[in-house]
Write a protein that binds this ligand. Structure first.
Ligand SMILES: Cc1cc2nc3c(=O)[nH]c(=O)nc-3n(C[C@H](O)[C@H](O)[C@H](O)COP(=O)(O)O)c2cc1C
Length: 267
């Protein structure tokens, strides 16, 4: 059963589908594109379909009908794109209200379009809400910081927590934990970083703010049992990343500066 369907009357034999295939499973023969035996290793990336200028090619593993036409009028110029990227901020002050599930789903639905190694797409998400649940995670992370990590600022963190502040999860109303298969944890963490970065960048466009939960992430990566117990994950899944989310309390008015660019060239 062939995986590719080609409408010969539409195909202009430009060869783009063959050139972009990451596993070189398409060749251009006399009558146009042809799938090779290694098409069975197709990673379902959809490139062959998306690059075709004439919608002449379909791939049953990544179908034309599920692809969305790119609208040129929605594209940004470099200045707009730069301001968008630079205006992302780590949000550490949140309004107390919960974010509706539909909005959280809208946020995570963008995160699933991030790149993944081999197009594996193995990231899922667990959303943890409610002050009691979140404070349990903060308490476990603080215990880990004090007992195991040798982190220098622990006393101040614990004092702040005892005063009702949350130095780990910043009293955010939700924590998004990205999960991946235990077996592929290393690539899963890279995949999760991209997914959560997509969520972080998209968040302000729907009125949300986010911040990486780096301390909690380290604690989870170390395998600290009290934290993992509180997360109550299925046995085959592990933490690949974590992001706080909620409505930001403040609005930023300027773009911050960073260290000067450092580049070296080998020519
Ligand atoms: C992997 C990673 C982990 C982080 N962990 C934390 C964290 O645990 N708590 C926190 O308040 N900020 C955390 N941050 C946010 C950084 O402190 C922040 O990105 C940096 O100060 C620059 O600020 P900006 O994100 O607003 O540009 C983390 C960022 C990254 C990329």
């Amino acid at each position: 059963m062939p995986i590719l369907q080609i409408e010969q009357t539409k195909c202009i034999q430009c060869g783009a589908c063959a050139a972009v295939c990451p596993i070189a499973a398409i060749t251009i023969g006399e009558s146009g594109p042809k799938e090779e035996a290694n098409i069975e290793f197709c990673i379902h990336c959809g490139h062959c379909v998306a690059v075709c200028p004439n919608a002449a090619l379909d791939n049953q593993e990544s179908t034309l009908k599920n692809q969305v036409k790119i609208q040129k009028e929605l594209s940004w110029d470099a200045e707009q794109a730069s301001q968008f990227l630079r205006s992302r901020r780590s949000i550490r002050n949140y309004r107390p209200e919960q974010v509706p599930k539909e909005k959280l789903l809208q946020l995570l639905d963008v995160a699933r379009f991030a790149p993944t190694g081999g197009n594996s797409q193995g990231i899922s998400f667990r959303v943890i809400s409610g002050q009691e649940n979140l404070h349990k995670l903060t308490a476990a992370t603080l215990d880990w910081l004090r007992q195991e990590a040798g982190f220098g600022n622990t006393d101040r963190f614990i004092q702040a927590f005892n005063e009702g502040k949350d130095p780990i999860l910043r009293n955010a109303p939700h924590l998004i934990v990205a999960l991946c298969c235990r077996e592929f944890a290393e690539i899963g963490r890279s995949n999760a970083a991209f997914s959560l970065a997509y969520a972080e960048l998209f968040a302000p466009t729907i009125g949300l703010g986010t911040c990486w939960a780096g301390f909690l992430q380290h604690c989870a990566f170390s395998g600290y049992a009290p934290l993992l117990g509180a997360l109550n994950l299925p046995a085959d899944l592990t933490v690949a990343g974590a992001l706080m989310v909620g409505y930001p309390l403040f609005r930023y008015h300027r773009l911050v500066d960073r260290n000067p660019l450092k580049v070296s060239w080998n020519e």
